[in-house]
Design a protein. Structure first.
Length: 331
């Protein structure tokens, strides 16, 4: 084997290539300060990603039979490029054997790859690992529960509504009328809403700046009703409430709370709906109402990649089903 090949693989135990088989000489992580590295790694991510990656590294630590994520990361990185690649491939096989979905397998692999890349950025190691991700078929069903189901959930609003119902109906309107994601609804603060101009500022998925969206009249009306009920104090638009006393608790409503709320309402109405399903239905309805104007609907859905909307459009028209009918009718 030539010297270049030996260096590229970073075989453990080869003294001339020690920098490729563990921490770089002089690195502050040659000692036991990996807990600080792991804290910095998580701080470099947005809160949602940090929580997810922390969970993924915990799962990886269990696979390595160590007690803490910090110990798993230190053990993993200190073994070098070849051993790290080997362990990653074994972990991928382990996840697949346990029946995890391709997207879940990829998420765990992304956490490991990100950890390695961060170590490289700090100069702790001088190698990276390439991970082959599982193929994922995104957006298998983009139709959502349908307009009829949305009508069952959205009851309109009035002064006789209990405060919690006004809040819930406002959330439903934002999820459907503006096709907002659950996280976008949760992040809304009172300062983001301008009822006078009929606009709301939304921090979108993987965005660093807020986007200004126009509120349709029904959405604007019920949002105004909810803000009168909630009060004008600064903070999150949607807050937790005491169900029994219909009293605000002022803490920000979580994504899981919204998901549970919509699931409960769906079960009561005898339908199957989720926050993501409401967004899917809104986008499908927008394509129907605009005659398939993908460019216009892209502004509505705020997808970065127009190819995602083409999947929506294909599912909406069911081109495969139409061709199947033609073929079946030919004999």
């Amino acid at each position: 084997m030539c010297e270049d090949e030996k260096y590229a693989f970073g075989f453990p135990g080869d003294a001339p290539y020690a920098s490729e088989t563990g921490f770089l000489p002089g690195s502050c992580f040659e000692g036991n300060d990996f807990a600080e590295f792991f804290r910095l790694f998580l701080q470099s991510k947005n809160p949602k990603t940090a929580a997810t990656y922390q969970s993924c590294v915990r799962a990886f630590s269990r696979f390595l039979a160590v007690s803490e994520p910090e110990e798993a990361g230190s053990s993993f990185l200190s073994r070098g490029a070849f051993a790290a690649k080997w362990m990653t491939m074994k972990y991928k096989a382990h996840l697949k054997a346990r029946g995890f979905a391709p997207a879940t397998v990829n998420l765990h692999l992304s956490a490991i790859r990100s950890l390695v890349n961060f170590a490289g950025q700090l100069g702790i190691i001088r190698w990276t690992i390439k991970v082959s991700f599982e193929k994922v078929r995104p957006y298998r069903d983009t139709r959502g529960p349908g307009i009829a189901a949305v009508r069952c959930l959205i009851n309109g609003h009035g002064s006789s509504m209990p405060p919690m119902e006004i809040r819930n109906q406002t959330i439903l309107r934002l999820l459907f009328d503006l096709a907002l994601r659950t996280c976008e609804v949760c992040r809304l603060d009172v300062e983001d809403v301008d009822l006078e101009s009929g606009r709301v500022s939304v921090l979108g998925k993987r965005r660093s700046q807020k986007e200004i969206l126009t509120l349709p009249d029904p959405t604007r009306s019920i949002l105004a009703s909810w803000l009168r009920t909630r009060g004008s104090s600064p903070g999150p638009v949607f807050i937790r409430m005491d169900r029994a006393r219909q009293k605000a608790l002022m803490g920000r409503l979580s994504r899981r709370s919204i998901q549970r709320m919509i699931r409960k309402m769906s079960v009561e109405k005898g339908i199957d709906a989720t926050p993501r399903g409401l967004r899917h239905t809104a986008i499908t309805a927008a394509l129907d109402l605009t005659g398939g104007d993908v460019r216009a609907v892209q502004r509505f859905s705020r997808h970065k990649d127009i190819r995602v909307l083409l999947r929506y459009d294909d599912n909406r028209m069911d081109l495969g089903g139409k061709v199947a009918n033609l073929v079946a009718g030919s004999v």
